[in-house]
Write a protein that binds this ligand. Structure first.
Ligand SMILES: CC(C)(COP(=O)(O)OP(=O)(O)OC[C@H]1O[C@@H](n2cnc3c(N)ncnc32)[C@H](O)[C@@H]1OP(=O)(O)O)[C@@H](O)C(=O)NCCC(=O)NCCS
Length: 191
């Protein structure tokens, strides 16, 4: 399934297409209420069967113009799976919604931010999207920080926008348009 041409590499991480062999590691990372509660709809408990079915169903939804938009995030050093991240593309609007989840043992090491930056670059420079956005539940300060550190802008709060695990939550929306990404990249190169 994995195609070497669609591997995204960062300093410490490799983002590659999910492989059926990832299911066991995904179930072990994500069968954790502290991980699942931050997501929009990932089930809990999260079992091997959930992971296997999800990987099997990735195509064609998570392909845009022939390129994958959902990735397993693994350590370049050793290949250990630490999380999943992707851009859910709405082709009609050429926009992508960022989503991500990482195993709790791997939090606080900057991995989410490192892969978020890489996915923004992929979304704008490879997929040619004109906007990328993301939303997190109101209580999810860590996710807000990831989006801020990646250069995304706070756009607003959709009040009581979702029901997750039986509770109502605000959704906080962040976004970046292509021009902002280009300016950020230029600044990084010039500065
Ligand atoms: C949110 C999540 C992706 C963050 O992953 P991570 O790899 O730990 O993120 P990073 O290490 O890149 O950055 C986390 C930042 O949040 C900060 N942070 C952690 N907990 C926080 C909190 N409760 N409030 C505010 N900031 C917090 C960290 O200090 C760090 O910022 P810093 O570098 O300025 O110190 C991870 O916790 C996760 O997978 N959660 C479960 C799934 C989820 O919530 N997904 C997001 C869906 S929108």
């Amino acid at each position: 399934m994995a195609d070497a041409s669609f591997v995204i590499e960062t300093e410490r991480l490799r983002l590659r297409e999910h492989d059926p062999a990832d299911a066991a590691a995904m179930a072990s990372l994500f069968n954790d209420i502290e991980v699942v509660r931050g997501t929009l709809s990932v089930p809990f408990p999260y079992t091997f069967a959930h992971a296997r079915e999800w990987i099997a169903g990735l195509r064609p939804k998570w392909i845009y113009e022939g390129k994958p938009t959902s990735f397993a995030v693994v350590l370049r050093d050793g290949g250990v799976l630490v999380g999943s991240a992707g851009l859910n593309v709405d082709a009609a609007h050429r926009r992508g919604e960022l989503g991500y989840m990482y195993g709790r043992a791997h939090w606080g090491k900057g991995y989410a931010t490192e892969s978020c930056r890489a996915l923004l670059r992929y979304g704008f420079e490879t997929l040619r999207l004109h906007v990328v956005y993301a939303s997190h539940w109101g209580w999810n300060g860590a996710s807000a920080r990831v989006l801020e550190k990646s250069g995304m802008r706070f756009e607003g709060v959709l009040r009581e926008h979702g029901v997750r695990l039986g509770e109502v939550h605000d959704s906080v929306v962040y976004g970046m348009v292509a021009e902002e990404h280009e300016a950020m990249r230029r600044g990084a190169v010039d500065g």
